[in-house]
Design a binder for this molecule. Structure first.
Ligand code: AVJ
Length: 323
């Protein structure tokens, strides 16, 4: 099967996750990272320009407005790493502001080769910035990036776009602790987080009128069909996004419209779904600014500065590694 950019190990992991998640007798699930193959990434790019989805524009606005101040709070000799190669626009503001002071090295970290290729296209020619792609998972890639630190250099890690919101709260804390463990005192992490906001606004953002988010969600089944010889009938599923008030998060599901069975040849699995049964595909946690500060503190960071967008509540937090 054609699976661009997926090596043998990644494919074996995909199969294992599909087997574990869809073989469950209770709530079936698929990890949200599988939403982002090349098609999924393109659909997500379309989501970011939807009028209902203000998240990415808020993130970009904050970075455009405050990059100079951000730079002023960091040492001049800096190595920059980014978790998830990101869309160039947001990162460009930061790199330009930092490089205006002194030349720097930039290491985008992503498991997707096509994302890294795009990143080079968008950020490969900024004056004063030398870029080197790291095609690895986040924490391994972080090891590789900090290993390139020269004497006296500080590290700034970017984790933008509220990707942290996809982790369960406890997993997010553990992940930030693991990031902290790879940094030295005085190194920094710039963390973007979507904030809690009126429920109707959130529901509209994840149930957009044109159906792009529905396509983004359904694509994970299409991907299983393409890459693993799956036989899901996409028209037998409906996109569903609900707000979990207790957990302050949007949850996305694929709901079976009728009882059905689908074989997934290369996973050696036949999935049975009852009418109305759901597959949980993503959680998108929302934060209060004080939640972010507490999360940072519990992971060995202190919050040096926080910038908040008023139009679409979103926060950029500059966290410093402390002992
Ligand atoms: C890229 C994880 C921040 O949670 O809002 C957009 C992904 N899912 N629409 C988010 C997403 C549905 C997005 N993140």
């Amino acid at each position: 099967m054609f699976a661009p950019g997926m090596d043998h190990q990644a494919r074996a992991e995909f199969i294992a996750d599909v087997r574990a998640g869809l073989g469950k007798s209770g709530q079936k699930e698929l990890p949200s990272s599988y939403l982002y193959d090349e098609v999924g990434a393109a659909l997500f790019e379309a989501i970011t320009v939807l009028p209902e989805y203000g998240l990415t524009r808020a993130d970009a606005r904050l970075l455009e407005l405050h990059s100079a101040e951000l730079a002023s709070k960091l040492p001049a000799s800096l190595l920059v790493g980014e978790l998830g190669s990101g869309s160039g626009k947001k990162t460009r503001w930061i790199l330009e502001a930092l490089a205006a002071r002194s030349a720097l090295r930039y290491y985008p970290i992503d498991i997707s080769r096509s994302a890294l290729v795009k990143c080079r296209g968008e950020l490969g020619r900024i004056r004063g910035v030398t870029m080197e792609e790291i095609e690895q998972p986040y924490l391994e890639g972080l090891n590789s990036a900090v290993a390139r630190r020269t004497r006296g250099q500080a590290v700034l890690i970017l984790f933008l776009g509220s990707t942290i919101g996809n982790f369960e709260r406890e997993e997010a804390r553990k992940f930030l602790q693991q990031v902290r463990a790879r940094l030295a005192q005085g190194d920094a992490l710039l963390l973007g987080t979507d904030l809690v906001k009126p429920v109707d606004q959130l529901l509209a953002a994840y149930n957009d009128a044109t159906g792009v988010t529905a396509a983004f969600n359904l694509n994970v089944l299409a991907r299983i069909n393409r890459e693993l010889g799956g036989e899901f009938m996409l028209s037998d599923f409906a996109h569903q996004a609900v707000y979990n008030r207790g957990k302050h998060r949007i949850e996305m599901y694929l709901r079976a419209k009728c009882r059905q069975q689908a074989r997934i040849r290369e996973a050696g699995l036949t999935v049975t779904l009852e009418a109305g049964e759901t597959i949980w595909t993503e959680s998108s946690h929302k934060f209060r600014v004080e939640d972010v500060r507490a999360l940072a503190q519990s992971a060995g960071f202190c919050c040096e500065a926080q910038w908040v967008d008023e139009e679409w509540p979103f926060a950029e937090s500059l966290l410093l590694a402390v002992s």
